[in-house]
Write a protein that binds this ligand. Sequence first.
Ligand code: SAM
Ligand code: SF4
Ligand code: SF4
Length: 354
Amino acid sequence: MSLTSIDTSLRSVVDTFGRPLGSLRLSVTDRCNLRCKYCMPEPEYVWLPREDILSFEEMATLAGYFADLGVEKVRLTGGEPLLRRDLARLVRLLRQDRRITEVALTTNGVLLADYAQELYEAGLDRVTVSLDTLRPERFRQLTGRDEFSRVLEGIESVGKTGFGHLKLDTVAIRGFNDDELAPLVEFAKHYQAEVRFIEYMDVGGANEWSLEKVLSQDMILDLLGQRYGQIIPVPERGTAPAQRFRLPDGTIFGIIPSTTVPFCASCDRSRVTADGLWYLCLYATSGVDLRKPLRLGTGSDAMRDMIRSVWGGRRDRGAEDRKALEQIGLRSGGLIDIDRLRQDPHLEMHARGG
Ligand code: SAM
Ligand code: SF4
Ligand code: SF4
């Protein structure tokens, strides 16, 4: 059956909780040029074998199967996606599929100034830059690299291209950057961007997470309320992870409260790692191997049937499960111990794309 001949009714597939297959995060590499303490704090890592990394054609083929089943949004992530050579070619391949209405990128911004224009010309719709601090020394302390000025250049370069709305994602860490919430809101305003504060998550194991370091949605609202006055929630969150809020002057910002107010009930996201393992949840400890059947030449109907059947059986509510553990005092540190992480790099945030 050709892709275009698939009836639209067959394109919608829902999991056991009625959640559709809506957006796909495609991790294009597990490598990174930063070493953020909440994501890659270890001195050494076991990388995915090079021969297992999917080609862009393989990624686009997989994305096409997901589009057959309802996925309309694809977000490129990593590791650091801009480390993957000629990423614009992948954007062009994905853009050829008209059912994919949005191709977005999450990047740490270090290489963004070099590639923003060609990514825009290739058809990339949106860019999200991760930025946790505006202080160069703090940036170096957090990421282990002296790249703050290059990230700024990257953010500025987005404004010089035709990209629409820029988003800035900030992991809010208690005792680390809780004094920078308002400066980040102002910074975002200056660049006509929207900042989203992400609660620190305990995904993977090497993340230096503890409950005490989580700056919760309530705390963020409290701190910003003290500075700006009354903050009003913006309705219509839908399947988006961020709850958006409006400041008295009209400025909008978001909070992604994954840790204290999980939003699993509306989660339509899944993730494919750079070597083609499909994870149904950020917290899932095993993935479904799509690379093997793809490379064995499995037909498109069989690939689609498999994806449909796996999603149909999805029961994942990882963040809610973690919260439930917290309520009985069992959420102490990382989800997975370091030795196990060394045996399976897929378990880490930097392999599954955040
Ligand atoms: N390297 C790119 C970047 O940093 O934007 C893309 C991959 S990164 C894994 C995707 C997102 O996950 C980033 O915004 C990052 O801040 C976030 N992230 C990583 N570890 C996290 C954690 N422990 N808690 C919350 N967010 C995390
Ligand atoms: Fe930081 Fe992103 Fe790299 Fe993780 S993948 S270390 S969040 S830049
Ligand atoms: Fe979705 Fe899993 Fe995150 Fe819940 S924890 S929102 S199910 S990815």
